[in-house]
Ligand binder design. Sequence first.
Ligand code: CP
Length: 305
Amino acid sequence: MRSLIDIQELSVEEINDLVKCAEDIIANPAKYSEMCKGKKLATLFFEPSTRTRLSFEAAMYELGGNVLSVSSAASSSAAKGESVADTAKTISSYADIIAMRHPKEGAPLVAAMNATIPVINAGDGGHNHPTQTLADILTIHCEKGRLDNMTIGLCGDLKFGRTVHSLISAMSRYENVKFYLISPDELKVPSYVKKDILKKNNVEYVQTSDLEGSISELDVLYMTRVQKERFFNEEDYLRLKDSYILTPDKLKTAKPDLSILHPLPRVNEIAVAIDDDPRACYFKQVYYGKIMRMSLILKLLEVVK
Ligand code: CP
């Protein structure tokens, strides 16, 4: 029985294998349509979500399985004070696999330590979001045809953006990947990410607040939302929320084959006028998220080896 809590738990070979399986699902969907028949996925979401919860559920239905869903803390016994450990033990009697989102960092790990079925971290606080990273990786692979030899710009809230931390962690392990970390001073990437991932692995990076001055260098631009829900002070959020707004004008010096990603939801970081630009990949990324979650469910349930 295996869970996925942190993207570092997957080797590069395992990530490449998940990508290969996902690309086969895209090419041959009928082959997979009954593979999880009789299996149940429980989605336990104690924090709001549109894409992650519904894509997990769509993924399980497209594999022929079924879904049990808790869509908010208020609608479960967590509201009465039940612990994550007891919830995980309970759900182990009802389902074959759990996808859990929780505002507390480490809650999915506690669930995995207490469940008797695999647990997938669907986002824990400002910490990690491994399945978004798998979606991002599949998007990059489908758009670029490779996962190495590229310059990736991450722009916006690099402090609280859990998708950023997971993506740096995963892409740092591919050859010749360089990062531009573009943020206001207050929202810089946490020091543990620089020390334990970038410096430890000798990964080249540039830290800057200048999006327009960096954009011409980039093969991938990963825009992020300023994470309102993680701020202690509304005044700080209001001051920082519109730090970066990508407009057609700012793309003038960008490469013609730049890929623009965003984990979504978007608030104001990318002008709607960019949606029709062929370089905009964020709605394709949503589709790839569902496919990659199908691939992950199949692997964790050991339906495919
Ligand atoms: N990208 C992402 O996690 O979106 P949701 O919050 O809608 O699940």
